[in-house]
Design a protein around this ligand. Sequence first.
Ligand SMILES: [Fe+2]
Length: 729
Amino acid sequence: MSIYVLGISAFYHDSSAALVKDGEIIAAAQEERFTRKKFDPRFPHNAVNYCLEEAFIEVCEIDAIVYYDNPVLTLDRVIKSIISTAPKSIEQWEKAAGSILGVKVFIEDNIRNVLKTDAPILFTKHHRAHAASAFYPSPFKDAAFLTIDGVGEWETTTIGTGSDRGIKTFKTIHYPHSLGLLYSAFTYYTGFKVNSGEYKLMGLAPYGEPKYVNIIKTNLIDIKPDGSFQLNMDYFGFLETNYMTNEKFNTLFRSKPRDPEERITKKDVDIAASIQKVTEEVVLKLAKHTKETTMANNLVMAGGVALNCVANGVLLKEGLFDDIWIQPAAGDAGGALGAALLITHEYFHVSRKMNIKGRDTQKGSFLGPKFSKSEIVSYLHKESYPYHVFKNNKEQNQFIARSIAEGKVVGYFNGRMEFGPRALGARSIIGDPRSSKTQTIMNLKIKYRESFRPFAPSVIYDKCSEYFDLHKESPYMLLVTQVNKYRQCNFKLSKGKDEEMDLIEIVRQKRSDIPAITHVDFSARIQSVHPDDNNEYYGLIKEFEQQTGYGVIVNTSFNVRGEPIVCSPQDAYNCFMNTEMDILVLEECVLYKSEQPKYSQSNLKELLENDSAVIEKKIMRPSVNKELLDSFYDNKLIKIAKIMKKKKLVFFELRPNQNVESYFIASNNNELKIMELSIDGIVSHLKAMWCKEGLNELTGLLDPLFILANKIRQKDHSEDVSPFIYAMF
Ligand SMILES: [Fe+2]
């Protein structure tokens, strides 16, 4: 009998589901791809359905369902932070209560109701799920792990090891001290959306000079030699308000946060360069400490900060470890996968199966839906969209390669959709890296996004070192390194005054013989393509090499700004027709733009507006339970805060209870037992924790708290994720 474990990540940011069978990853997908709502945080109905379909099983065949976060610990953090910052935290209480009390405390009930299942519903700790997602699919028998993100329950950074004895955590850093939140604070301050604009900030950094490093290190973060750190909370707003930074932060940098509609200045790019430098320093120190404490040969990483591929590149170059593997879905979507793997190996004791070729078991991250030729043909026939089919794959590749070489931009839809934020050749837009016009055309006419953002190269794995200073594979586009010196052109980044920063002008200058994928500091974010992961895509780049002498192409995700990456042929067709792409490849069917019927661009404007500055200016939806929440805050939370203050109890000096395990508690005979997380379970765990910590005043809060929870329980769970603050409740 096989063991099926379904992992679920939901209600924070970027929901997803993943299915693991006897330790093999069968399917994983983000909900946004199906609902077409970017970073959809709702319950992943569609992703779960897809996972079951992929495995040909019914819900009743699942052995366990696991949620990637522990609501007991999250509620513990939320209550303590609200009380410790009262009476200033009213705004945050209004926001947090809806999410934590209205949704997350009912999570077991919600999952059971939606999936109609009797299977055990388990919970992992957030960072254990990240660590498992990094270790179990990796090609290493043993490895050290390093997880860094905004926050998960209390933890923001963890260090430990993975082996056949499981995931063991040695060291943790706790909220509010968080490298992810520090980066998000600067994302907000430089005018980008928190939770998604971090990538833009990283892309902006190479334009600037790290002039503010000292200011950041003197005032905002105290970095210890072992990489541990403390934030100076005087400068941040996220503890008590719904904004990442505060007035004191503005005074420090001598201006208000950039309005998203304002032009990016030299100061903005210098700030980006500075926070990037600081991040790299912390990551490097943490990795050094990880090496010293574990003596492991290999390192695996996950958590949102592991998507900072520039920092990863710096780490790789340092050569601390023999090898590094990073989970491609390093953010919270990957938590579903990690949680499912953790339960499979540590709860069901399924032994880990390694790849016999020494590669990873992530399957190139092609873990999403695939559409057959007959499905695509019937869709095209139904819609009367003209298409062509070539005699064989070779001829099709010859045509696509020739078209790219002629300067055409191609939408490439092939095989199973990627899991994680990057397109890796299954849902990609591809072009010629040799042309300096490609970056501007693709940014402005295809992606409709900021011109400063560079594109990534897909390079055949065996030619990687011909183009880049990289001598290992980088299959998931998670490493940034330099374009080889002899390919670089004489290029100087202008270092003018604030007002003189013209990013478009800089982007137009040629920087190497593959300018479209060379950033202004000669770096590139590399995807190496191996035939074992994606034979078709490898064959296509090989064909491009045959025709042009270059075994590298431009690869960007198949979507426009504001839209999730396409999932179905219909999504791909819509995106194709909404942009100035020339050719669309849907598996074996090839469509030319010039032959397609007239198309209404009705939804493009809406998509772009959804992602543009307009949304940043929207006032967040007021809570429907405002009165109820405010009266609870005034009558209960403030009163407790006053008592605590009298007793001189500082919450953030108290450590959260380390003994609360993730999904099980050890009974006397050392057998593992499922941890109940129904409402009664949550209440009894909190009571036990708070009594142990001497916080008896808090236990009196529990009954009224859960009466309130029942009153504000949410039916649709469709809360907006604010662009101003990290999704931490
Ligand atoms: Fe996380």
